[in-house]
Ligand binder design. Structure first.
Ligand code: FE2
Length: 404
């Protein structure tokens, strides 16, 4: 996904014998786009095909999921800070917004991870709002920390351990891939010098995953697979993710949002200047603390606050992490705003004027623009601030005002 990497032992060529303690290891090729895309080759101690039972599973609010029926188009505010859930990295997930290309959810684990999981629909991108932890996967152990993005490739069996068995995560589930945008790659795939990050900013698994009875328990070992809005549990009589080594370019990576190198212009740059990752039908952008726009000539100054806009081909969500959200009032940390295509939005009254002459912003936020409309789920409806659409105007006798 980022660059070639090798961990553990691999033989000198593809598809040749590779022994460990006299036992022939089972080669497993993880390929994308059929056999034409990126790939990694893993060497399993026991074939990953030796399962003995298959059953179905459901996680209400996550899978299966469908949007609510009635959805008038207006600006929305989803208070994910009010979401209360129980479970581990898999069972404490809830999907908030969805379309054919991406599902956007929140995960708040408060228990240690149980089953391994792989998402057969597409890549996942986790953003660690709080706390750190580690990913255990067939590609090894990947430590992560607060404010990291962690990208898990489609089909990767993994578990997420949050420090202290608790944390809060924003979660993007793609229907396809999540990767460095094409414009930040040169013809060889190397990240270009004008990209907002470099290869050194991406961290990869540090050691192979070895079976540990104390940590992983005893058989049966369930493996939960998501595909097509269904969860299926495959049970194994042996620990099936014990890999002696692998190499290739498909594997989980971590990238900290504070390693993102933001851009500032003489005048305000469009929000997609802050693009970080991209997939089919969406982009993920990082708003990090930075100097703001500085045009100043003959008394005419830049307005650092975003201009009003109706981005008629995109829905836009912002997940607010910390700092001053200069263009918004009533928004708090962990809030998600949804500004749908076709409906204008912009800074809240007063924030526009106040930003003139400002030199820095401390805001930290994650944005996602989607090219298909996002639909709310029933979980989103339970934590929605229904007055948000009207917070740009002062009105008489509105539900917003009478409720305060
Ligand atoms: Fe916007």
């Amino acid at each position: 996904m980022i660059h070639y990497h090798k961990l553990g032992t691999v033989p000198p060529k593809h598809h040749v014998t590779h022994y460990e303690d006299g036992k022939l290891l089972m080669e497993q090729c993880m390929t994308r786009l059929g056999f034409d895309g990126t790939y990694s080759i893993l060497y399993y101690r026991t074939p990953p095909t030796d399962e003995f039972a298959v059953s179905a599973m459901e996680i209400p609010g996550f899978c299966p999921i469908s949007p609510i029926a009635e959805q008038p188009i207006h600006r929305r505010h989803i208070r994910t800070q009010d979401l209360k859930v129980e479970g581990d990295f898999l069972t404490a997930r809830r999907t908030i917004l969805m379309n054919d290309d991406i599902r956007i959810g929140i995960c708040k684990p408060n228990k240690p991870p149980q089953n391994f999981f792989s998402n057969g629909d597409g890549d996942e991108c986790w953003f660690a709002y709080s706390g750190g932890g580690r990913i255990e996967s067939v590609y090894g152990i990947l430590p992560f920390k607060k404010h990291d993005y962690v990208i898990i490739p489609k089909g990767t069996p993994y578990r997420l351990h949050a420090e202290g068995d608790s944390g809060t995560f924003l979660l993007f589930e793609s229907s396809t891939y999540i990767d460095v945008p094409k414009q930040f790659r040169n013809q060889t795939g190397q990240i270009t010098m004008h990209a907002p990050y470099c290869h050194r900013d991406f961290r990869m698994p540090t050691e192979p995953l070895r079976y540990d009875k104390a940590r992983h328990g005893e058989a049966p070992f369930p493996h939960v697979v998501k595909f097509g809005n269904r969860l299926t549990v495959h049970e194994y009589g042996h620990f099936p993710w014990d890999v002696a080594g692998w190499d290739g370019v498909v594997y989980p990576v971590a990238f900290n949002i504070h390693d993102y190198q933001p851009r500032t212009g003489t005048i305000h740059l469009p929000p997609t200047t802050h693009i970080t990752f991209a997939g089919r039908g969406f982009v993920i952008c990082s708003f990090v603390p930075r100097k703001v726009d500085y045009y100043d000539s003959n008394g005419v100054k830049a307005i650092p606050c975003p201009y009003g806009h109706a981005s008629v081909d995109c829905d836009e969500i912002l997940y607010y992490v910390e700092g001053n959200f200069t263009s918004r009032k009533g928004i708090e940390s962990q809030s998600i705003s949804l500004h749908p295509m076709g409906v204008p939005h912009g800074p809240h009254p007063g924030t526009y004027e106040k930003s003139v002459g400002a030199e820095r912003t401390s805001e930290l936020a994650v944005m996602c623009d989607t090219f298909k409309p996002l639909l709310l789920t029933d979980v989103a409806r339970t934590i929605e601030d229904e007055d948000y659409h009207y917070t740009w105007v002062k009105r008489q006798n509105t539900p917003m005002e009478t409720s305060k």
